[in-house]
Unconditional design. Structure first.
Length: 417
């Protein structure tokens, strides 16, 4: 399918902005257009933008009654889907598969397998397991239920054009029924790992070897996959790319000024903490301003809706004083930090030096911790890049690192000796 002139309107809006204490400014990742209204400042505007790429949540996403009789990694359902905007000749197969919660509870998880154009290479298509960044927590926020697959213009198209198949999980609770375990790196990592055998069952032309590549929430998931593989020891797993990985959430408490323009994420983090620890009520974490739209942003809309709902509300204003002192909050942050647990294989961590959603100092903390623990980390920061450009403008470097893993080249990392 060829890209149309209207593809990725929502994604173009999202990928062209940066958040700063002084407001939102156009970054210029993609060219401005005369008909571009800019970021949504009202919920009706956000709804209109999100509807421009929204696809229906059909019965395909429903959990089958046979879930309990299958095992993690099993393919539950598949369907060819032609409603995405992809590079010419590429194809898509939606999948529903068996995954698990960190406590072992069975869940159904949806996703999509994107296959490049052209003849299948010897050994099958090399596989990138894609872990997406924050889309929201409502069921409708599944990337496979968006015509641009949410990141179509921020890496997925380039991966396909480079000859990689992409296995893109939605994470359970997005698309499928049930709570989304937002920012739970082990939950997201399990969804990534179990998507691979399910994708191979749906698309036999996939090769055996694979890497994981993730951005933001997905960057944390990539660390989680590397940690899981230290136990699973899948010989076909080759390494991880983490772009702006959100593995240092405690800095939201200690350095709220670093994310002054990205306060709306805290509504979803309060949701995540409550999902993990029901005794931690959102109203005990969020201020009156933070609770004002909590019910809506966790059930009705996605990223743009959340942005517009809290337009102008800074990080510190979203939460109550002392919110980070509660034991469930501290436990959530500790559980989702990275760099201490053993990992399998090398990891490539990318940071934007102007990132105001996942700021550089926190990423540097994770990298320093990993280096002290002897992990094979390659770290690179990019001057002037904010959160989404850190993904979109570094795809060539990500793919170069990934090609080296498939070629069997060593990746010793660049930690200080």
């Amino acid at each position: 399918m060829r890209a149309s002139g209207n593809c990725g309107i929502r994604l173009r809006r999202r990928s062209a902005w940066l958040w700063a204490a002084g407001g939102v400014v156009l970054l210029g990742l993609l060219p401005a257009r005369a008909d571009d209204p800019g970021p949504p400042e009202t919920m009706p505007e956000a709804v209109k933008m999100e509807q421009s790429t929204a696809l229906p949540i059909t019965a395909f996403y429903d959990t089958p009654a046979t879930l309990a009789s299958t095992k993690p990694g099993d393919l539950l359902r598949q369907e060819a889907f032609t409603g995405y905007t992809l590079p010419a000749g590429a194809s898509a197969i939606r999948i529903l598969y068996h995954s698990v919660e960190p406590d072992g509870t069975d869940v159904a998880t949806s996703g999509v397998v994107l296959v490049p154009a052209g003849p299948v290479p010897a050994g099958g298509w090399p596989v990138i397991a894609w872990a997406h960044g924050t889309s929201g927590v409502a069921r409708a926020c599944a990337p496979s239920a968006m015509s641009d697959v949410y990141y179509g213009g921020l890496g997925l198209s380039q991966m396909l054009e480079a000859g990689f198949a992409v296995v893109a999980t939605d994470y359970h609770g997005l698309g499928t029924a049930g709570a989304h375990r937002y920012m739970d790196k082990e939950a997201q990592a399990l969804d990534v790992v179990h998507s691979i055998p399910a994708a191979r069952a749906a698309v036999p032309s996939l090769g055996r070897s694979w890497v994981v590549d993730g951005h933001s929430q997905g960057g944390a998931a990539a660390w989680g996959v590397a940690e899981l593989q230290a136990r699973l020891q899948d010989p076909n797993y080759l390494g991880a790319v983490s772009v702006a990985g959100a593995t240092h959430l405690a800095r939201l408490v200690t350095h709220p000024e670093e994310t002054a323009g990205a306060g709306f994420y805290l509504a979803w983090i309060a949701y995540a903490i409550h999902t993990r620890s029901p005794e931690a009520r959102p109203e005990d974490i969020l201020s009156a301003a933070g609770m004002a739209h909590y019910g809506d942003v966790t059930t009705k809309g996605c990223w743009l809706y959340g942005y517009a709902s809290y337009h102008g509300v800074g990080t510190a204003a979203m939460v109550k004083p002392g919110w980070g002192d509660a034991a469930p909050v501290r436990s959530f942050f500790d559980q989702n930090a990275a760099g201490a647990a053993p990992i399998k294989g090398p990891i490539f961590e990318i940071a934007g030096e102007a990132d105001s959603a996942v700021p550089l100092p926190g990423i540097q903390e994770t990298v320093d911790r990993a280096c002290r623990n002897g992990q094979a980390v390659t770290f690179r920061s990019y001057p002037g890049l904010d959160h989404d450009p850190a993904m979109g403008e570094t795809v060539a470097d990500q793919l170069a690192w990934i090609r080296d893993r498939f070629a069997g080249k060593p990746a010793p990392g660049n930690c200080p000796t």
